[in-house]
Design a binder for this molecule. Structure first.
Ligand SMILES: Nc1ncnc2c1ncn2[C@@H]1O[C@H](COP(=O)(O)OP(=O)(O)O)[C@@H](O)[C@H]1O
Ligand SMILES: [Mg+2]
Length: 257
């Protein structure tokens, strides 16, 4: 199946927040609905972290929209090194004052001391264990300071290490969605496939779901992206092959017959 969609000039606009990911914004009628929260889901290694970083990188570099990254899963130095392969220089973005990285990965390893940072970025340690409300407050404060428009939380399941409460994933998603949306940020919440854990959690996310897949057999073998849901937007419903290209990041390819 070949999808034909009008090629048009895409700018950051009042109602669209372009991802800048090659091939994707055309499929979303210009980008994510601005001010909404998108759930980015997929199994381990499907490219969720690359996607989230690319969204923030492009925000700063292409659209002059600052961003906040809450990173929970990975060692920040490894992440920065890996992202350099795609020409996403996170140090440079931090130094420019347009990216704040809140490094909460230490909470995972139960480390309570963090080394100071030169930029506005900072760490949350296992001493800072709090509820979801406090985590969102911290994100919103950081975002206000740099006038951020974009927020990425990578990832929700890893919040368990920071949030010591009995809140379930559904309530966390609903609450984050509400708070981030009320502040007008266009946000990506990264998650593993949540099905079979607490039912179909995606259903509770009001705005949008993008799913990344890595399929090893059958007609759709390879890496692909599906826009599962995107409120307020005409969008493609096809399975779109994607590639990870050095110097670019994720590219969404045309669907071929
Ligand atoms: N430089 C690169 N070139 C091509 N593919 C890469 C490169 N670096 C990482 N990848 C691919 O990206 C995958 C990891 O992407 P990542 O965003 O970390 O996944 P997720 O966050 O979904 O676990 C790896 O499994 C690897 O296949
Ligand atoms: Mg990841």
């Amino acid at each position: 199946m070949v999808i034909k969609m009008a090629r048009k000039r895409i700018d950051a606009s009042a109602d669209r927040c372009p991802t800048g990911i090659p091939g994707l914004d055309d499929l979303l009628d210009g980008g994510f609905p601005r001010g909404r929260t998108i759930l980015l889901t997929g199994e381990c290694g499907t490219g969720k972290t690359i996607f989230g970083v690319q969204f923030l990188h492009n925000g700063v570099v292409k659209y002059n929209e600052p961003g906040v990254l809450l990173i929970l899963e990975q060692n920040i130095q490894y992440l920065k090194r890996d992202m350099r392969l795609f020409d996403f220089d996170l140090d440079e973005l931090e130094d420019s004052g347009k990216l704040v990285i809140i490094d909460a990965s230490l909470s995972r390893f139960n480390v309570s001391e963090a080394s100071p940072k030169s930029s506005k970025s900072f760490s949350l340690t296992s001493r800072d264990l709090v509820g979801t409300k406090e985590v969102v407050d911290i994100i919103i404060d950081a975002a206000k300071e740099i006038r951020a428009e974009r927020v990425v939380i990578d990832s929700l399941p890893a919040l368990d290490n920071l949030v010591r409460s009995k809140e379930n994933v559904r309530d966390v998603i609903l609450y984050m969605n509400y708070r981030l949306q009320s502040k007008g940020f266009t946000s990506i919440l990264v998650s593993d496939i949540l099905k079979n854990r607490e039912g179909d959690v995606e259903e509770y996310v009001s705005d949008g779901v993008i799913r990344l897949n890595y399929i090893t057999s059958g007609p759709d073998t390879g890496r692909n992206l599906v826009i599962q849901k995107m409120r307020g937007t005409r969008h493609s419903e096809d399975i779109h092959p994607i590639t990870f290209t050095e110097g670019i990041g994720i590219e969404v390819l045309e669907v071929e017959e």
